[in-house]
Design a protein around this ligand. Structure first.
Ligand code: NCD
Length: 304
């Protein structure tokens, strides 16, 4: 039985197979409409989410399966003091596969070690968010044609943004990628991530101003400042509008730049950018459903 805790749990060949399957689903969704009939997905969300939880629910429903779960720790037995280990043992009796989001780093891993069904990490604290990364990779592969050979800028909260950490990890396995980290001093990429890049001799640069580097980028991954992970409100207020991508800044960029964002967006991309053909974030959300459908089929070992 397999779980998904980090994007590195799949080899690059396995990821290619997963994305091929997701592309087949995109091309012919009707073919997969009954693939999970009789199967149940449990969504155990101990932390707020709209997109990730609903995209899992949409994915399972589009495969003909059913969904049970909770979307708030207070409405689960965690409020009574139940451990994640006990919860997953019980959920294993009710469902065939589980997607879990938790504010504590490593909680889905603890669950996986006790689980009788596949567990998918749907985001653990500021640590990892592998299914968002699968979504990001699928989007890059579809729009750029391959997963290597470009300069990618990551902009915003690179310290607390788990999607950023997961994506850098995953991209570090592909050839000819250069990273440009754009953040205020307080929100820099954690040392352990930069250490990994140095060890692998993957080029990266750090800068504070988006305007200084935007012209060099093939891909721009914007992120929200992660309010819920700040220790004090003052710091958040000071940093929250540090970056706002608008038409003017986009005017400095390449004609074929791809702008990504895991969403939800707050202020960091002005709505006027949505109409620009380079804005790919809503398309990215659509890929999130196909990729989660492919992941559920893969972890349940269903051949279609
Ligand atoms: C991200 C997350 O939860 O980390 N959202 C998502 O799942 N698409 C990004 C964010 O909340 O900023």
């Amino acid at each position: 039985m397999r779980h998904l805790m980090s994007p590195l749990d799949f080899s690059t060949e396995e990821l290619d197979q997963l994305f091929d399957l997701a592309a087949r689903i995109e091309a012919d969704p009707a073919h997969f409409a009954h693939a999970c009939e009789g199967k149940i997905l449990a969504t155990c969300f101990y932390e707020p989410s709209t997109r990730t939880r609903l995209s899992f629910e949409s994915a399972m429903t589009r495969l003909g399966g059913r969904v049970i779960g909770f979307s708030d720790a207070n409405s689960s037995s965690a409020a009574k003091g139940e451990s994640v280990s006990d919860t997953i043992r019980v959920i294993s009796c009710y469902a065939d596969i589980c997607a879990m989001r938790h504010p504590k780093e490593g909680a889905p891993m603890v669950a996986a070690s006790r689980s009788l069904i596949p567990v998918i990490n749907a985001g653990d604290g500021g640590h990892q968010h592998p299914t968002q990364t699968l979504t990001d990779l699928m989007t890059i592969r579809s729009l750029h044609g391959s997963l290597g050979g470009y300069t990618i800028g990551l902009c915003g909260d690179l310290k607390f943004g788990r999607t950023v950490h997961s994506l850098i990890n995953a991209l570090s396995r592909y050839d000819d990628i250069k990273f440009v980290f754009i953040s205020p001093q307080e929100l820099r990429v954690p040392d352990y991530v930069m250490e990994m890049l140095r060890e692998k001799k993957i080029p990266y640069e750090e800068t504070i101003r988006l305007e200084d580097v935007i012209a060099d980028l093939d891909m721009l991954y914007m992120t929200r400042v992660q309010k819920e992970r700040f220790f004090n409100e003052e710091d958040y207020v000071r940093l929250k509008d540090f970056y706002i991508l608008d038409k003017n800044k986009l005017g400095l960029a390449k004609e074929d730049l791809i702008v990504l964002h895991p969403l939800p967006r707050v202020n960091e991309i002005s709505v006027e950018v949505d109409e620009d053909p380079r804005a790919a974030y809503f398309k990215q959300a659509q890929y999130g459903v196909y990729v989660r459908m492919a992941l559920i089929l893969t972890l349940l070992e269903i051949d279609v």
